[in-house]
Design a protein around this ligand. Structure first.
Ligand SMILES: [Zn+2]
Ligand SMILES: [Zn+2]
Length: 254
């Protein structure tokens, strides 16, 4: 929270005129997109599946449960999922530059959009927890982009954020090319709970925050750890969701 706040103040104090976060065109205020870039975003709006956050062409695709056919067959590990944007075009660039190019101001734009879509999972007294990165990665990149988003979401929602509940105990290799089982094995052993935080999680609704929902393997591993620690529910809130995803690609309860 302090980090986003101090950076926000820093952004307000700079001497150059406000520029679009994506293309650098003039805008009226720091932290915004120009109209052209804003128009290229694809916000997730209803109808979308409540369990995997995938937008649907028609609400007829969702059953009475509000789930897409794939989630009705096999529900993901977490209870509900919400994504602010489809991960493509300008949204993809904003998220990638938050992650790899130190454009931390992008989080100040993305977090309110996550709160917009996540209102009904950001319930009173929920604990906001970011997906962890390994400390080596933290050392290289200086911050965890999921934690920056989690702090922003928590601050805007008036909820507590606890960034060190989950720990990534070993580095994982990029997962996209792995088989479903190999992904699960790789990630499941990489995420643990910080024992001193178990009391915070027990009996609590937890909102797990990440930048992107791709295969869901990491989020599923985090969810299992949180549920094992006694969390009452785990919801997933992300800035972007990858639209084209084979059903078998999302790690689900078997
Ligand atoms: Zn622009
Ligand atoms: Zn679904």
């Amino acid at each position: 929270m302090a980090r986003v706040g101090s950076l926000g103040r820093l952004a307000l104090g700079v001497l150059y005129p406000p520029a679009c976060l994506h293309c650098g065109a003039d805008v009226v205020q720091h932290g915004l997109l120009c109209a052209a870039c804003f128009g290229r975003l694809r916000p997730v709006v209803v109808p979308f599946c409540k369990a995997c956050a995938v937008p649907q062409v028609s609400s007829a695709m969702l059953g009475v449960t509000g789930l897409c056919p794939a989630c009705e067959r096999h529900h993901p590990q977490w209870g509900q999922a919400r994504a602010a944007f489809v991960y493509e075009s300008v949204a993809r660039e904003l998220i990638l530059k938050l992650k790899y190019a130190d454009q931390i101001d992008n989080a100040a734009f993305l977090a309110p959009q996550m709160v917009r879509i996540g209102q009904d999972v950001l319930v009173p007294n929920a604990l906001v927890v970011p997906v962890p990165v390994h400390r080596w990665r933290l050392f290289r990149r200086r911050y965890n982009q999921a934690a920056v988003l989690a702090h922003g979401v928590a601050k805007l929602s008036g909820l507590p954020c606890q960034p060190d509940v989950l720990v990534r105990v070993r580095r994982t290799v990029p997962l996209a090319s792995f088989s479903r089982q190999a992904r699960w094995d790789e990630v499941a052993q990489a995420i643990t709970l910080r024992p001193s935080r178990q009391g915070l999680v027990h009996g609590r609704d937890v909102v797990l925050v990440d930048d992107v929902l791709t295969t869901g393997a990491t989020a599923a591993a985090c969810t299992r750890v949180l549920l094992n620690a006694g969390a009452r529910s785990v919801s997933l809130l992300v800035a972007g969701m990858v639209p084209a995803r084979a059903e078998s690609d999302l790690d689900r309860v078997d």
